[in-house]
Design a protein around this ligand. Sequence first.
Ligand SMILES: N[C@@H](CCC[C@H](N)C(=O)O)C(=O)O
Length: 289
Amino acid sequence: MKEIQYTKMHGLGNSYVYINMFKETLDESEFKSLAINVSNKNTGIGSDGLILITPSDEADVGMRMFNKDGSEGKTCGNGLRCVAKYAFEHQLTHKETFTIETKAGIVEAYVHLDNDHQQVAEVTIDMGAPILERHQIPMLGEKAAYVINESFKVGGETLSATAVSMGNPHVIFFVADIDEAPLYELGPVITNDDRFPEGVNVEFIEVISETEMHFRVWERGSGVTEACGTGACAATVASILNGKSRRSEPVTVHLAGGDLTITWDGNGKVWMRGAAETITTGIYFADNK
Ligand SMILES: N[C@@H](CCC[C@H](N)C(=O)O)C(=O)O
């Protein structure tokens, strides 16, 4: 029986099973089924997916992420904070500022230590610049080059869409009351909409003020989750592009699982700061299905 050492971690309730590939040996062909199996709350560990912490030639550590359905995402904001915490606490790096390679590029992580300097309490990630060009998101359509406040017909309704890639695709809809957001009705429909050839993460946001918003997400490949870090970054960028938040002002994003602080200067980098937590560690019996 194959035994795999794992750690379950979460960022604001967005939980993944993390495997340290500096120690474990797994083949590429196993990743998809492993992600599906560990995510199952009845026959697996129970999570929103699987994250591999890998050696990297280009950065201090690498990250690969797989959604609940086994599909691979190029990046994951909550995952990056947890990878940073794991890497520092397990001495994969001794630096408090270090780099993480993802399939969407290399990002920089800064760990904020607790008072006795043993553990990572919070992490700030330089998530890089958002991608706004329609065809790079990617989103089909012949209209404007950027998808800002664009009419979007779905399920008999006409919504207003803003699309942003943070290395993975997001579409954001503003709502007046977050509790009335059609998350379960439209999330599964929009995530598979033909206008998004690679699928899309679907976010509804209620802007409370220029520096605060409520946020809910239907994630591509995982469905409703408690939080989405890249989604919170994309939502803040969307709010600024629509004139509802201000450039260079930190925005508190209230996700179902807690708060993130997101800052975008309007041109370059998006900064994300928030918590990362370890839940448990153990041995997964990979063949025991
Ligand atoms: N939860 C994540 C995003 C995970 C990947 C996403 N579902 C995708 O397929 O792009 C986050 O915190 O950013």
